[in-house]
Design a protein around this ligand. Structure first.
Ligand SMILES: Nc1ncnc2c1ncn2[C@@H]1O[C@H](COP(=O)(O)OP(=O)(O)O)[C@@H](O)[C@H]1O
Ligand SMILES: [Mg+2]
Length: 224
């Protein structure tokens, strides 16, 4: 099986060398657990090896604000953005005006940029917006089918807790699920990463301690 290194120190060793390629990986966790950091760090890791990366968001937060937050990390490389190796796209306006056009907008961007790594961060506002129309399931089904057919490593983030994940539709439709969390234990909060599933991969189980620093996110394998 072909794999792509993740760019997250400590993670490749947990998953036989990297994410299967092609594949769609769900990175789930509550706000602030490190989903954006993990996803974008992987995007820049690929880009540093010449792989085109596409970051798609639909949050109302302006894209420059997201980029300013990310640019404080050492993996963020403005040159790769200027050269168009990494592209940031905000489809918030489409989501606000024509929610039903979300899928075709995403497809159009992917066909335009032909990325090797794609990040959709987070998918939650898209699925929430389509919920009241009863279109969520169909949207996710079509999106994941499309991403799987397109040769790429897709990292999709979702604002989901451990309680949500077992009955979330997303987790059934993807090749892998990485859960991030920061439970309060003995009055201290520590951040964790757990690989819940990964197709064709003997992976480490259980929550592993992670660290987020200026260098980005790293798994401290073996530590608990
Ligand atoms: N330079 C840094 N050093 C240490 N921790 C940081 C740094 N930058 C961000 N963080 C931590 O990472 C968290 C943000 O992670 P983020 O990837 O935005 O999470 P999510 O996308 O899941 O909401 C912050 O809540 C903060 O705790
Ligand atoms: Mg985020």
């Amino acid at each position: 099986m072909s794999r792509k290194t993740t760019g997250i120190p400590g993670l490749d060793g947990m998953i036989q060398g990297g994410f299967p390629y092609p594949s769609a990986i769900l990175v789930a966790g509550e706000p602030g657990t490190g989903k954006t950091t993990l996803a974008v760090q992987s995007l820049f890791h690929g880009a540093s090896e010449g792989e085109k990366g596409l970051y798609i968001t639909a949050i109302s937060e302006p894209q420059w604000l997201v980029q300013r937050f990310l640019s404080s990390f050492s993996f963020y490389d403005q040159q790769l953005v200027e050269k168009g190796v990494v592209n940031f796209i905000d489809i918030g306006p489409t989501l606000a005006k024509n929610p039903s056009d979300i899928l075709s907008t995403i497809k159009k961007q992917i066909e335009q940029y032909h990325p090797v790594r794609i990040v959709i961060d987070p998918i939650t506002p898209m699925t929430d917006m389509l919920q009241w129309r009863g279109e969520t399931r169909e949207f996710m089904h079509e999106l994941f089918a499309y991403l799987k057919a397109f040769e790429c490593l897709a990292i999709i983030t979702a604002e989901l807790s451990y309680d949500d994940i077992s009955h979330s539709q997303e987790s059934y439709m993807v090749d892998g699920v990485v859960m991030l969390s920061y439970p309060e234990e003995e009055k201290v909060r520590r951040k964790f990463l757990e690989v819940l599933k990964l197709r064709g991969t003997k992976h480490t189980t259980g929550r592993q301690l992670i660290d987020i620093t200026d260098e980005g996110l790293a798994v401290q394998a073996g530590l608990r």
